[in-house]
Design a protein around this ligand. Structure first.
Ligand code: FRU
Length: 487
């Protein structure tokens, strides 16, 4: 083992007493230090494997490693030693994002971007390592997708995030992102008989300038008879009700035409309408479910958040089961979370008109389902849910019934900046709104109308703030079931 990985593993071992301090209850956080994207999300040797962009020695982005954890139920994770470190001539500046698969010989293959820096310029090329689920050996022939395969007209400082999969004929495909000189992202397609020797096949899909600028972290999978591509575009401009500004996630639903080597999208849409969801990846579970996880953070806001006394930074979203309904992506928290529900409180058909502070309805680590509708023959202007409330602070979720929009607001939290406090999502026109809220110590994930939309946001309020209250402008009738979650 080379020195950088040895050093990272030694550092992890020396810090083994501190890793459980001040963590969310059920959202994955790094063993120690900084975390961004999920990497190599896979099922191997009877467990889910989650790797992650990782800098163990500090709380900011720096020289990237791959951290590693395994889980049987996607909610309880066991940390394993760091899997990859930057230490070869082709990845000395960082081991960037990528994916993983199991090879026919039973080894796990990790495919990642090796980054080097020369005179302040990056070179990004695709590399592989193989291993047994704990220890990995980088391939002697790295980079496997080197400069010789990089197409003309693209910027080699931006060539990263390989997603590998095995086709029905046993050969391998990989998509990676790059961009043209105008900064618009594109997805490049590569093919290989064995996952080690690759050929360039063409541009699968490119940004026409309407979906952000550079694209990052592509993913590809089939879902209910359709082909889906996920991307994480940077520098989005808002598009009416559809996209918000900044670093976002989007999906294309359509057809992967292998003969033409083109992806033909029917449409694109946001994956998540919150501020903090990025670089998402999927795994196919042995029971057939397609499960999505994302980095629950945003590049535009991660430097604004006070790190407090915490020795970690960065969280992953709750893993979500994907399906298609009427051609649109539906997301639901993995069903495993239901086995962590303990006490429940239910309020049926309660009329709310003005402020409402229900007795016995409090909690910070909760799974809460609500339906909200206008009271018969009365009008409803807005309905607000206040969560994680203390004397000073709270987060709010306001449903504006006239415009059918849902607004998440974290402007009254322990954040000293005025930026990025709100996310807004247009919901369906139906009279009744259905919400499911997963609230954890530092985040709220809101699943709207059975998963038609999701809004994921982090926030920082002391964990003891547990008050839940409501406010209605006009008359609403609500049903609420709140489960405490215990992990
Ligand atoms: C996305 C990203 C990837 C890159 C990694 C570096 O968040 O910028 O494109 O591989 O993070 O840490």
């Amino acid at each position: 083992m080379k020195t950088s990985l040895k050093r990272a593993r030694k550092y992890e071992a020396e810090n083994n007493n501190s890793y459980l301090k001040d963590r969310p209850a059920f959202h994955f956080t790094p063993y120690i230090g900084w975390m961004n994207d999920p990497n190599g999300f896979s099922f191997y040797k009877g467990q889910f494997h989650l790797f992650y962009q990782y800098y163990p020695y500090g709380l900011g982005w720096n020289s990237m490693h791959w951290g590693h954890a395994v889980s049987k139920d996607l909610l309880h994770w066991e940390y394993l030693p760091a899997a990859l470190a930057p230490e070869n001539k082709y990845d000395s500046f960082g081991v960037f994002s990528g994916s993983s698969i199991e090879l026919p010989d039973g080894q796990q293959l990790l495919m990642y971007t090796g980054v080097t820096k020369n005179n302040d310029k990056d070179t990004q090329l695709q590399c592989v390592a193989t291993g047994d689920g704990i220890n990995y050996k980088k391939f002697a022939g790295n980079p496997v997708i080197g400069k010789n395969l990089f197409p003309e007209g693209f910027n080699s400082q931006h060539f990263r995030d390989p997603k590998i999969w095995r086709a029905a004929d046993g050969s391998y495909y990989c998509i990676s992102v790059s961009c043209k000189n105008d900064g618009n992202g594109a997805i490049l397609l590569f093919h290989s008989p064995d996952a080690f020797s690759w050929s360039y096949e063409g541009v699968l899909l490119e940004n026409k300038g309407n979906i952000g600028k550079m694209w990052e972290c592509p993913d590809y999978f089939e879902l209910d008879g359709k082909d889906i591509i996920l991307i994480s575009p940077q520098n989005m401009l808002p598009q009416q009700d559809k996209y918000m500004a900044g670093s976002r996630t989007a999906y294309f639903c359509g057809k992967f035409d292998l003969e033409q080597k083109k992806f033909i999208p029917d449409f694109d849409a946001p994956v998540d309408s919150g501020i903090d969801f990025y670089a998402s990846q999927t795994v196919k579970a042995p029971d057939g479910r397609t499960i999505l996880i994302g980095w629950m953070q945003n590049w535009d806001t991660c430097n604004l958040t006070d790190r407090g006394n915490r020795n970690w930074f960065g969280q992953m979203s709750t893993p979500r089961e994907l399906s298609l309904k009427d051609g649109k992506l539906i997301q639901k928290p993995v069903k495993e979370i239901e086995s962590y529900r303990t006490a429940s409180t239910t309020l049926n058909d309660v009329t709310v008109d003005g402020d409402f502070l229900p007795e016995n309805l409090t909690g910070r680590i909760i799974d809460m389902e609500l339906t909200i509708r206008p009271k018969e023959n009365k009008s409803l202007n807005s309905f607000t849910i206040n969560l994680a409330q203390s004397e000073e602070y709270k987060i709010t979720l306001e449903y504006k019934a006239d415009s059918h929009t849902l607004v998440f607001d974290r402007s009254k939290t322990e954040m000293r900046n005025a930026l990025c406090s709100q996310s807004i999502c247009r919901v369906s026109d139906s009279q009744e709104l259905k919400l499911r809220i997963l609230l954890d110590t530092y985040s709220a994930e809101v699943f709207v109308n059975d998963g038609q939309q999701v809004m994921t946001n982090t926030f920082y309020i002391e964990p003891s703030a547990k008050t839940i209250s409501f406010n209605s402008v006009g008359s609403a009738v609500v049903n609420i079931t709140k489960y405490d979650l215990h992990f």
